[in-house]
Ligand binder design. Structure first.
Ligand SMILES: Cc1cc2nc3c(=O)[nH]c(=O)nc-3n(C[C@H](O)[C@H](O)[C@H](O)COP(=O)(O)OP(=O)(O)OC[C@H]3O[C@@H](n4cnc5c(N)ncnc54)[C@H](O)[C@@H]3O)c2cc1C
Length: 438
């Protein structure tokens, strides 16, 4: 039984299916869950137990709304258990671009909402006592060209005007704060932080259970149909009958809802983790606890973990294969950035799927009565998915009010079926442009 006196869905857990990674090796086990069997009625069914689905369920259950979350595998199995752990406010687009898409009023409102995402996550973790190595060390955006630095200066001026204590770094300051000499300069945003992604996902799952929601593993939704007032979510061994449904499957979206998978390009992002750094390396590589990402088209990003490893991600591949060559490229990039790491062993290698959208925005869809979908976090979703869960829950509780994030139609990419060859070509062009410093 949980605190609310509700029977938890807990029996013997099957063998873990979590793909190997630094995070999987260092997180405590998640809650013991069972698969969904038989038929169960709930107010809200949530499909996908990443941060989006878990945060939605947590906010619903905390408000006393009965809900159940199902995952094809287990909580945190997707990007939420494998990412770079950078807690960043905002979206890839800035205020002016959001105004261009949604108009001034909605654009401004959306911008102001999403800029609170990192603060929201910090408060959520504290409020639920989630142990996930969260620290607020700031994030540094590194400029790989003078032109990129000029853009960082502009965004710095905007942040300062908005009251954020943003800081510009010249090349010498980057060398001091990051430990690399290959960048022109950078901009530090003190609102950001880092966490252990899988500890956070599993901590959220525990909080969901404590709040009284049900959570099932190994329960892929195989069909979704509406009959009368209720939705029927069919799984391999059971079904959920619910008044409302939330789809939260992001980069692992399948054919459950027509056209949804075609609104996103699933992109592999690779990560490597070094052995723990020596004392001397700790003094020079991210000594202040910041994380970083750079301005290349094929973005590089890194954090230093609590056990002092450097985790570097990047080298995106549009094939969904997991190839040794991708990790080798990343290792060479790492020693190019920080030659002192030439002899430091790489102890973990893993990959996860980012969901890119055409407009670089996460999408909130409401394609049928009682159905909400949030997807397309464009590789910047640790904080935003957490906030999106609250936005979804608030909208379910007060459907008469417009949600705090704009609802848009499902618009598949044209020629989505041809994405592999076209994207390969696009990626080679982008690599070339990065190498040429464009
Ligand atoms: C390698 C990598 C590095 C990243 N680094 C960062 C970072 O440093 N900072 C940042 O802000 N963002 C980062 N991101 C992005 C961030 O991780 C994601 O935006 C976020 O985790 C998405 O969460 P989600 O809950 O929407 O989806 P996911 O966590 O992907 O969860 C989707 C879940 O849906 C389940 N599912 C799919 N289909 C079904 C079905 N039919 N039935 C039941 N369940 C189903 C899957 O099993 C999965 O568990 C990174 C992503 C990757 C891949």
């Amino acid at each position: 039984m949980n605190d609310a006196g509700i029977q938890l869905r807990a029996t013997s857990a099957p063998a873990a299916v979590m793909p190997p990674s630094l995070w999987a090796a260092t997180a405590p086990p998640g809650p013991r869950l069972e698969r969904l069997t038989g038929s169960r009625r709930v107010e809200v069914a949530v499909i996908g137990a990443g941060y989006t689905g878990l945060s939605t369920a947590l906010h619903l259950a905390t408000a006393g709304i009965e809900c159940a979350v199902i995952d094809r595998h287990e909580p945190g199995w997707g990007a939420s258990g494998r990412n770079g752990g950078q807690v960043l406010p905002g979206l890839r687009l800035q205020r002016a671009e959001l105004r261009g898409i949604f108009g001034t009023e909605v654009g401004d409102r959306t911008y102001e909402t999403v800029e609170t995402a990192a603060d929201f996550l910090f408060a959520l973790v504290e409020g639920h006592g989630i142990d996930c190595d969260l620290i607020r060390g700031g994030s540094i955006r590194l400029a790989h060209t003078a032109r990129a630095m000029a853009l960082l200066r502009e965004s710095h001026a905007t942040l300062i005007a908005e009251g954020v204590a943003s800081r510009l770094l010249d090349a010498a300051a980057v060398a001091r704060e990051v430990g690399t000499r290959v960048y022109v300069g950078g901009r530090l945003d003190p609102r950001s932080g880092t966490l252990h992604p899988l500890k956070y996902a599993r901590g959220l799952a525990q909080a969901v259970l404590r709040a009284g929601a049900a959570l099932y593993r190994d329960s892929p939704a195989t069909a979704l149909r509406r009959g009368g007032e209720r939705w029927r979510v069919t799984t391999a061994d059971g079904e959920l009958l619910a008044s409302r449904v939330v789809i939260a499957t992001n980069g692992y979206t399948d054919g459950l809802w027509p056209g949804l998978a075609q609104t996103m390009l699933p992109l592999n992002s690779f990560q490597i983790a070094t052995a723990p750094l020596t004392e001397a390396q700790r003094a020079t590589i991210l000594p202040g606890g910041a994380c970083f990402s750079d301005t290349r088209r094929l973005i590089l990003y890194a954090q230093r973990t609590r056990d002092h490893r450097l985790v570097l991600g990047g080298r995106a591949s549009f094939t969904l294969a997991d190839r040794a060559a991708d990790y080798e490229v990343l290792r060479r990039v790492l020693t190019g950035l920080v030659p002192e790491l030439r002899d430091t062993p790489i102890e973990y290698r893993w990959v996860g799927r980012v969901a890119l959208t055409r407009d670089y925005l996460p999408h909130l869809h409401a394609p049928a009565p009682g159905l909400l979908i949030a997807a397309g976090f464009n590789g910047k979703g640790v904080a935003m998915t957490s906030l999106m869960g609250k936005i979804l829950a608030d909208h379910i509780r007060a459907p008469g009010e417009p949600p705090a994030y704009p609802v848009t139609d499902i618009k598949p990419y044209p020629f989505h079926a041809l994405r592999q060859p076209v994207l390969h070509l696009a990626m080679y062009c982008q690599t070339l442009m990065d190498r040429l410093g464009r």
